[in-house]
Design a binder for this molecule. Structure first.
Ligand code: ZN
Ligand code: ZN
Ligand code: ZN
Ligand code: ZN
Length: 398
């Protein structure tokens, strides 16, 4: 019997399988915490780490806010994001135009999560015959839909087939409660992004553009409008178009609480897709390098979203209509859309806001210095959250 797999990840997996929910989600969530927590305490000034964060133009939306709200590293966020702001400003000054706001690499926290999921899924497939692991898997809650699809597309055909069959058994039997259906359909909270395809595709539903409220000089009005429109919806099921589903981000918002019909549709579609993938001979198996290349360059074949997210589609419609009004500073995700829709002139409106915010951040960081601790605090205390929102978008918009 092969025993090479009996290393750290194997025991972590055994332990995760004993906990409620998807074991891969449990391990990925742990990696997310460790990665961002250690960044807060040790690596904020590590040049290699900083270079990767700079290339990515900060963390993606969900990791940026996890860092600020859950790791509670406001000071570290101010340092990292001011550095990114300077990078963008320098690129604009050099004449890079709209390329200045295009990330040149993936979010490093997403990379850490992707690696953790891949390691855990590799051990799960390779060690599935191990009696301890097999028993632990049978007693577990099984895998969430997105991880089921990942496992169905990796590993050797026989391994894939058996693991997919065993996972699908967990879904049968007694009817699911809405909370069970939610994690089965979309994975644990915060572990997958919004439906990028639904947010960027050309076609979208028709939605009357909400009025734009101006909160303060640094908050993106499109983010505010999207949030206030979606906050008015009591349940995503009221948007149901009979063919869509929900992304992880929207599913875990309050209107996603009782959407049993949507989750059931999503789980059924994913089960069907997983069976097809597992049966697809050797074709679904791709060497890791090819898969990574695909992941980086195209989300079109991302299998986490077999059904288009209905909330993302609504958001896309609002973004399309509002990204033409450029009267106030837009966050980078919305600025990129505005540039795509209206050309590079869209960037002109943000440059003075960037300068003002840079000044406030300088004040915030100065007052964190023990020599100036006695000075009264003012509006600069809000600048770390403003800059994170301006670079990575308001919480939950991506
Ligand atoms: Zn999962
Ligand atoms: Zn990320
Ligand atoms: Zn925005
Ligand atoms: Zn969504």
């Amino acid at each position: 019997m092969r025993t090479v797999y009996r290393h750290g990840t194997f025991y972590d997996l055994l332990e995760a399988l004993a906990q409620p929910g998807c074991a891969i989600c449990t391990l990925v969530a742990r990696t997310r915490w460790r990665y961002l927590d250690s960044l807060a305490y040790e690596n904020v000034n590590d040049p290699g780490v900083r270079a990767r964060i700079r290339a990515a133009l900060g963390f993606c939306n969900r990791h940026a806010w996890y860092f600020v709200e859950t790791v509670r590293e406001v000071f570290g966020a101010a340092i990292i994001y001011r550095d990114i702001l300077h990078t963008v400003q320098r690129a604009v000054a050099r004449g890079a135009g709209s390329r200045a706001i295009e990330p040149a690499g993936p979010c490093p926290a997403c990379e850490a999560e992707r690696q953790a999921a891949e390691d855990a899924l590799t051990v799960l497939t390779e060690a599935f015959d191990d009696p301890d692991l097999h028993r632990a898997f049978e007693r577990s809650d099984g895998l969430c839909g997105p991880h089921l699809l990942q496992v169905a597309a990796t590993g050797r055909t026989d391994e894939r087939r058996r693991l997919v069959a065993a996972s699908l058994e967990h879904q049968q039997g007694n009817g699911m409660t809405p909370p069970q259906a939610r994690w089965r359909a979309v994975g644990a909270p915060g572990l997958f992004p919004t439906d990028e395809q639904a947010l960027t595709s050309g076609e979208s539903d028709r939605v009357a553009a909400p009025s734009v409220e101006l909160a303060d000089p640094f908050t993106c009005p499109v983010c505010t409008a999207v949030r206030s429109d979606l906050d008015r919806i009591a349940s995503w099921e009221s948007l149901d178009n009979q063919i869509g589903g929900l992304c992880n981000v929207h599913a875990w918002m309050p209107p996603g609480q009782d959407c049993l019909k949507l989750y059931t549709r999503q789980i059924t579609t994913m089960a069907q897709r997983a069976r097809e993938l597992a049966e697809a001979g050797g074709k679904a198996w791709l060497p890791r390098a090819v898969r990574e290349l695909r992941q980086r360059h195209s989300r079109a074949d991302d299998m986490s979203f077999p059904l288009s997210c209905i909330a993302c589609r609504r958001q896309a419609a609002i973004e399309r209509s509002l990204c033409t009004l450029i009267v106030r500073p837009l966050c980078l995700p919305h600025l990129r859309r505005a540039v795509r829709q209206n050309g590079p002139e869209a960037m002109a409106a943000v440059r003075s806001s960037w300068r003002d915010l840079d000044h406030l951040l300088g004040e915030y960081l100065r007052k964190e210095d023990y020599r100036f601790r006695g000075e009264p605090r003012g509006i600069e205390q809000k600048s770390p959250r403003w800059i994170v929102a301006l670079i990575s978008g308001a919480p939950g918009i991506r």
